[in-house]
Design a protein around this ligand. Structure first.
Ligand code: FE
Length: 372
């Protein structure tokens, strides 16, 4: 696979035609300077001499090297070349809007249901039906796809309670709701309310409990914060290991990264942390998703749907799951061994469409509750 910066992309003759199309989009937001890339294998060199229908263009809000192996796998299998741009998902949404009918994007790939919901609401996607993509529908459960097929989950991440093993016993923990108990005063570490993982998590609370009860919960949770929110999920785990608080809210893959870290201090932090899957006695632990949707103006919808189905194949699902230590959507796919060690759990089935829809309401509510 070759990776191109925008400058080299434009001067590399073998892919110049496609690069110019994507490059036009770049010029509209030059300050962002997202990298334009081509995942190119032996098979794709056959494709490059064919018509433009053999090139698929992907805008991705994911930033994992492992994703490129998946693109290569598709190229090898189909001879369809994959070109991709990676950037912040919100910027990619704006970019597709700005490009309008001229957008080169066939597919938009993002993390978090909130962004997928936003892209869908802004009219960026077109539906993919069960007739067009039976494998997509059989692989992705109903709660993890848009009701009209605007987007489909590719991987799952669990938002759990992590605890400092020196300070907390797992038997002291039960539910997200119970985090408001006064015994956790100055103990809870969590990132800012504007973070989209938190918005989807609280969006699920809204769906389950309604506004008044969720706002009351949020106020009491804020009262238990160990410090004003700062940093990402990794920062919460590190602070928890350092004893700044005794509980941290985080997606599981951040902890697995620490387990595999080359830095001794990160592996030492991992050793101090336990994982608790909340709400096992009722609705289950909150699950967020990475997902993909077919762009309304896609030039190659058939190839795009073929790619979407490939993303849900056992081969690609295993790469997805292991690459970023996430949970596969397709049943029967092996987990990363470090992730598997965290144990099995009951997942909430509140639909990603519902908590994605609730993101805006969650942000307003958390603002009122004083969650910075
Ligand atoms: Fe993340």
């Amino acid at each position: 696979m070759r990776r191109f910066t925008r400058r080299s992309f434009l001067t590399t003759s073998s892919i110049a035609a496609a690069a110019v199309v994507i490059g036009q989009g770049c010029s509209q937001q030059a300050s962002n300077q997202p990298a334009a890339n081509s995942s190119s294998t032996g098979a794709s060199s056959n494709a490059s001499s064919n018509s433009s229908s053999k090139v698929l263009r992907l805008y991705s809000g994911r930033h994992y090297d492992s994703d490129k192996k998946i693109y290569e796998g598709f190229e090898t299998k189909t001879g369809i070349k994959v070109e991709y741009i990676e950037d912040d998902a919100d910027k990619l949404i704006e970019r597709i809007q700005a490009e309008g009918a001229n957008s080169p994007a066939d597919l938009l790939l993002t993390v978090d249901a909130g962004r997928l919901w936003r892209a869908s609401t802004e009219g960026l996607f077109q539906p993919v039906t069960a007739q067009q993509a039976p494998n997509l529908y059989s692989a992705v459960p109903e709660n993890l796809r848009h009701p009209q097929g605007h987007w489909f989950a590719l991987s799952k991440r669990a938002r759990v309670i992590m605890y400092n093993k020196d300070k907390v016993k797992p038997t002291e923990l039960s539910t997200y709701e119970d985090l408001t108990d006064p015994r956790w005063r100055k103990q809870i570490l969590v990132r800012t309310s504007s973070n989209i993982y938190n918005l989807s998590w609280v969006g699920e609370m809204l769906a389950v409990h309604g506004e008044a009860k969720t706002e009351d919960w949020a106020r009491k949770l804020v009262a238990n914060f160990a410090r004003p929110p700062e940093g990402n999920d990794t920062a919460q785990i590190m602070a928890c290991a350092a004893g700044i608080g005794s509980l941290a809210i985080s997606n599981t893959y951040y902890l697995v990264r620490l387990a595999k870290s080359s830095k001794p201090e990160e592996r030492a932090a991992f050793e101090k942390i336990g994982v608790f899957f909340p709400n096992q006695g009722d609705r289950g632990t909150h699950i967020n998703i990475s997902g993909v949707g077919l762009v309304k103006t896609a030039r190659n919808p058939e190839a795009a749907i073929q790619f979407m189905e490939y993303l849900l194949s056992p081969e690609a699902q295993e790469m997805f799951a292991k690459g970023n230590n996430e949970y596969p959507v397709l049943k029967g796919v092996a987990l990363d061994p470090e992730l598997a060690k965290l144990g099995t759990f009951k997942e909430s089935t509140v639909s990603a469409d519902t908590f994605g829809r609730n993101n805006d309401a969650a942000l307003k509510l958390l603002d009122r509750a004083g969650w910075k």
